[in-house]
Design a protein around this ligand. Sequence first.
Ligand code: DWN
Length: 419
Amino acid sequence: MECRFCNHPLEHTLIDLGHAPPSNAFLLPEKLSEPENTYPLSAKICDNCMLVQVQEQKDHKEIFDQNYVYFSSMSQDWLAHARDYVQMAKKRFDLNLESRVVEIASNDGYLLQYFKEQGIPSLGIEPASGTAQIARNKGIETLEEFFNTNLANKLKSEGRSADLLIGNNVLAHVPNINDFVRGMKLILKDRGAITMEFPHLMHLINDSQFDTIYHEHFSYFSFNTVKKILEHHGLELFDVDELKTHGGSLRIYAKHRRDKSKEISPKVSELLERENKAGIGELEYYNGFDLRAEKIKRNVLKYLISERENGRNVIAYGAAAKGNTLLNYCGIKNDLIPFAIDTTPFKQGKYLPGSHIPVYSEKKLKDSKIDTLLILPWNHKEEIIRKLKYLGEKGTKFVVPVPDIIEYSSPDFNPRKVY
Ligand code: DWN
């Protein structure tokens, strides 16, 4: 296997999570009696450009298709994050009725809806038909296509280049990253700006977020590496924000190298230096990541077995892709977790891939006595505990599994580290 950015041979494994089904390959009831495809799931590091990457096993066109089940609008906090971004971007980039905003991987219109509210022309590019249709139902023009240089050239020839090009949680999902970034440069107006958000590799390593490694993701980025990739294609980073979303993300700001209208923020060199001082450019920085994941696995199993043996039932909340990595890596089935809850209609009535744990709507919470709620999307724990506090006040304990087993229970719901 070669590095998908610099073609250097990949000889260093960050972690091998064994074989796993695709993280969002939820099963219909009638499929439970059929064979289930699993694929090798391991992340490797390129010792030339330090890009952490997962080999494409299942064609990405078969992942982001009509059965794709991730809808960004399921999180109120994420919608608020998108709304705040739109207010900031409109002001910072002086967007108006003459501007054009293009979002790649626009999902269900979670973000473009706020540009639409401001009357700013925008275009969504979203390959999964389920999410694209929901965006269209919100009145957002959405192309049901994968973004690449062909599409970029077509849009440019139609005069639909971007003043602001947005890509949130898409760069990690792109097998051919060079073609993708080339396309971004093609479609960006001379004085245009790009903003992209993605989970920050420093948090993934420092907080042992091994569960965010799954087949839907092809790459995991440090700031240094994403700078190398964009600069290779004639783009230049001019600012960066460090965000709390998805376990710790970066929002990078990029422009054409020749565009001298934007100053380079000192935050760029500061973060580059901080990453280098942490050793992110050296292989030894990544040592022990797999051992920490193994320890989390043992702690999760100890915790679930202890709850079971003490007569306490554990229900999963949030049928997240990362949750499927965790459950399958730990070998957890419905004996330890009888069912999961998720607010995504597309996920309800189905079964988690690999573990075959059934997924129900929140209605199930009302007619079940739940002792412990295991929050699989730990990145949404504040929102979820806030929303389900009524359960906590009736005695349900909330618990998150990564990077430590931490419980939150009434009356104060303060974190209590178990392992
Ligand atoms: O990279 C990706 C990130 C951005 O989102 C995508 N490949 C897929 C997805 O990853 P994930 O599934 O791990 O994302 P989340 O946002 O951590 O998972 C949220 C899940 O939790 C969704 O299935 C919705 C569910 N949820 C819920 O049922 N009730 C979420 C909230 C906040 C809730 O209140």
